[in-house]
Design a protein around this ligand. Sequence first.
Ligand code: HEM
Length: 494
Amino acid sequence: MGSMAIKMDERFPVLDDPLPHDTSLQAFMVSTTRGFLPRMDPIVTLPAEFDVLESILQRMPVKTLSGEPGLLAHGQLGDVVKEELPDLTDAVDKYKDNLPLMNALYRDYSFLASAYLLEPCHLRFIKGEPYGLARDTLPKNISRPIARCAALCEFKPFMEYAGSYALFNYRLADPSLGLVYSNLRLIRAFEHGLDPSSSEAGFVLVHIDMVRNSGPLVAGTMQCLDSLTTPTPQTRTEFNTGLATILDSLKKVNGVMETMWTKSKPNSYTSFRTFIFGITSQSMFPKGVIYEGVEDGPQEFRGESGANDSMIPLMDNFLEIPMPNTPLTEILKDFRQYRPSNHRGFLEWVKTRSGTLGLRSWVWNTPPNKQEAVESKRLWLKVLNQVRDFRWRHWCFAREYILKQTSHPTATGGSPIVTWLPNQLHAVLAEMATLGSSMEKDGNLGEECGDIVDLVRRQQKTLWKEVSKYCEERGVEMTMTPIPEYHEGVSVSA
Ligand code: HEM
């Protein structure tokens, strides 16, 4: 089901039972129980053939598990990789039928690859110097095995958010306590992340803690789409129940997101992020990276980024949020490739299914006076409000963790730091203002939705001012389109 073509007129095979013991399936498959988390908790222990890799990865972080400085603290990783690590591609092949194990190897080689390439930049960064150039060649003992496991797991041969850095990088300190924040530990880290109270650990673990709530998000989405696919007299009721489930799940996700402020400190982010930069659009890699023994030409890939999480893209596709036709939106589309193949297939399927059903029109162009139809609109607006809430908080993160800390112009995924996040936030605000105005006209806004629309109108102006200020300070072109005063007269049909 990973890369297998799913016909768009068939129901996407979302799992209810995530089949945690089935090693013939990719680790990442969308389910109504674990949502976008892998089907099983990530594999921690590698087979004995990989003992050298394990030993290097344990000695690698700036601060190791014992608290002693590791190889990256003194710039010793490059030499150790050359001296100690054999090319273990044949050992990878020996286990190729065990896809979750391939995923663990992909995670581990991608940690090593990023640390190896960016080690020189880290050494300059801690001296307060600009990043300068990274290493531009990945030696065979890393490039061949990472290319092999990435191909088997259907990832890019470079660190990704789900398959490597975040969602396949946790273990349970006490398995009997399950997936609760205080019980989560990182498997791999670059800087201080093996200490669960560190900002690096907090940054990663908050992502996992959020995605832990994505099962009902998937289930609610499927319920909404199913209810319209085969219409019955109960369709509207079922649709509204599905929307309510989505809303509940997003509220939990946003509630956990808010804990980032205390779990990971704004002034610590820039030091561990050196290792999660990608190759695409980064000054550290002006000529890409040569993967020795794999491909002839230089390669480039986007870096690790929450932009490759699937929860918000799911909502973008389900709600048919119109994105502006800008080069920034092209980057958003490019990000959609950097995720597990099954997530990719699911997101595409939802986009097509919502579009074919004309979901947005069905909700917004129905007669305004039927109570259940009005409820669909209110729920839809509240779900959009959670997407807004996510993106607004996210913009606040970008301001506090990045813009106020560094002048480096490009985020880890290779997007321009000042304008990219606002491109999407602006689009969500505009959509909400448009839909809110149409409810207002019909006299159906109600108090809660009225408050939401008021907030949207205030945030449109604040965002505009903030982005203009950063663009001016940094000499960046302001790309946001002007805000039409309260979007009067804008059509809401899809
Ligand atoms: C300190 C916290 C965070 C910072 C500094 C941060 C930073 C960024 C940056 C700079 C981008 C732009 C894309 C790029 O990398 O080129 C981005 C995108 C994104 N990040 Fe984060 N992030 C944070 C936390 C999170 C969390 C907890 C999630 C949860 C899943 C997340 C999900 C996303 C999403 C979905 C996008 C795409 C946004 C969109 O479509 O508008 N981020 N992040």
